[in-house]
Design a protein around this ligand. Sequence first.
Ligand SMILES: C[S@@+](CC[C@H](N)C(=O)[O-])C[C@H]1O[C@@H](n2cnc3c(N)ncnc32)[C@H](O)[C@@H]1O
Length: 251
Amino acid sequence: MPQPSASDRRQSVRTGVVWDGVRRLLDGDGTAAPAAEQARIVDVGGGTGGFAVPLAELGHTVQVIDPSPDALASLDRRARERGVADRVTGQQGDLSDLPTLAAEVDLVLCHGVLEMVDDPAASLAAIAGVLRPGGHLSLLVAQRHAAVVARAMAGHFQAARELLDGDPAAGSGASRGGRRFTHDELGDLLGDAGLQASSVQAVRVFADLVPGSLLDLEPGATAALVELERAVATRPEYLPLATQLHVIAGR
Ligand SMILES: C[S@@+](CC[C@H](N)C(=O)[O-])C[C@H]1O[C@@H](n2cnc3c(N)ncnc32)[C@H](O)[C@@H]1O
């Protein structure tokens, strides 16, 4: 069996915990959702299909909405190569177009997108509006406190200080690096959109701090790191240390 590449190994560390959350939801763990054998899923900002294509391989129908024609071309190629082109649709569009592009879906994935939109509150309301009653949102966003630490560790102390009490991009649209959210801010935004979080996970607590060379050279290090990330993902004390927060929210 071919060994995974270094980039595949790093990707597994970055997305392992998020996949766990999405799989638990779709498998129906008794707390988040009834099992959906063939769910109707929208992956908004789904890009090249890193989630959409594997979800289609599990039998689900996935509509990817993304403004980037290049990303959609890669998505199309990937879906054809993996034999799931009949279950994956790519559509050029923006999160704000969602109400005209989709309706009554079981699950919306919004991973790494809320950071970039002009109006996060309106975006979450648009997502809530296309979910069927009982449907769910899988939301992955950058978490602010980890970004403060990362700036300080890189010697950018002023930038760390500016980010400490609030995101300078928050009021005026997303900055180049995008917005970052705290757990509390996210709870308020979701509540205002009529969505309620059923689970919150800390994502990439250690992954961005571990040198890539360690994972490349040390046998078994990647698997051990993925296990460690899993072990802390649901511990609330690790949420402010996580690069990202993964929330499953229901309507
Ligand atoms: C950081 S990537 C995340 C890709 C994918 N969701 C993932 O987790 O791997 C952000 C994606 O959002 C898309 N995007 C940017 N602004 C958007 C918007 N306003 N509405 C929808 N998608 C957007 C980009 O084209 C890009 O594919």
